[in-house]
Design a protein around this ligand. Sequence first.
Ligand code: AMP
Length: 420
Amino acid sequence: MIKSITGTKDILPQEIPLWKRLESIVHQMFRNFNYKEIRTPIFEETALFARGIGEDTDIVSKEMYTFIDRSKTSLTLKPEMTASVVRAFIEHSLDKHQPLNKFYYISPMFRQERPQAGRQRQFHQFGGEALGSSSPLLDAEIIEIAYCILSELGLKDLNVKINSLGVPESRQKYKSILKEYLFDFKNSLSEDSRRRFDTNILRIFDSKIESDQALLKNAPLLIDYLDNESKEHFEIVKNILSQSNIPFEIDPKLVRGLDYYTKTTFEILSAKVGSQSALCGGGRYDLLVKQLGGEPTPGVGFAAGMERILLACANENSIILPDEKVDLYIVNLDKVVLHYKVYKLASTFRHKNLIVDFDYLNRSVKAQMREANKLKARFVMFVGGDEYKSGKITLKNMETGEQKLIEIDNFSLIADIIKK
Ligand code: AMP
């Protein structure tokens, strides 16, 4: 038997209502903040991610699904969306229509990570990107949208962490200070961190290894070396968040895995999803558009992991969905004769936007009733017998038990009763 690929998951019909609830909150919230949806292809030229995300990030160096197609082009299944959104923004000169563009997306992503709870190889993200303004209002707005979506889902145990990475100049200065500090401990660092010491020293803060974290305990912090502009920017972001009643804490070690961030970075974590606790993360990336070949354009955005969010919702029992009901189940009393008539009747009410079902398996009346109950049918229509010969059907309200004898071709009356 052929099975699904390791790290991928089928989303089965019983889980779909939860996904739809999440998606509808995402669409609604982004609409409230006037973000427009964007959809980009599932794969891109590998160079886009290599250049956009950074060669020595985990994503690019270890996790991408990259393949050579028949025309010998190196393609990659998208591991994240920002680079693709920026590519589309540049390619279609979207800044020519309006100076500020606010986008959002919902899309599958692909990363070859070690699968575990809350970590898959095909997973889904939603996120937002605002391109064209360096205003700290947008940093706060992006954090607020993420926070509001999670709150709207009923999640309570949320922890918003924010930090500022400054601009490249102040960061560069700080990097040499950190290098000096860590130099003496270099040989005690884990292999990954030793590599990062030379390639991207800031990312040592991302290390999950305890001995690395112990060495970093007294390390100098970037936030103490910020340039004035970044400091002011950060102050405004914090003020707006406080004013909007979004609780946050400053985490000076939050550097995030991607290379493109400048100034604000943030993550929202849930205490309710085990070791993979980050539900979403993002930040400002004022240099990325230029890096990918566009006019210098500031940007800020975030991405949120939908599987993890739904895991947190399940653990907090935060989404209670109404039962999915069928409006009308048609019970065929004379099944052999009336088969196609039942089909026609069902079709008539389906065209009136009712959810209608009936029996396709030639089952007994008793079994049809059992099915109607299983489907939580609100109404059952009995078709057949003498009633049917005299042009009538019985419509039963399954909640009240009330029954009505109605002319079979009085479709509007029947639909009105059901819709009430
Ligand atoms: P990132 O793009 O790495 O900043 O990730 C943003 C969010 O996507 C994370 O906070 C997670 O919720 C989610 N995420 C990242 N990688 C995975 C994965 N392999 N499986 C499931 N969710 C993920």
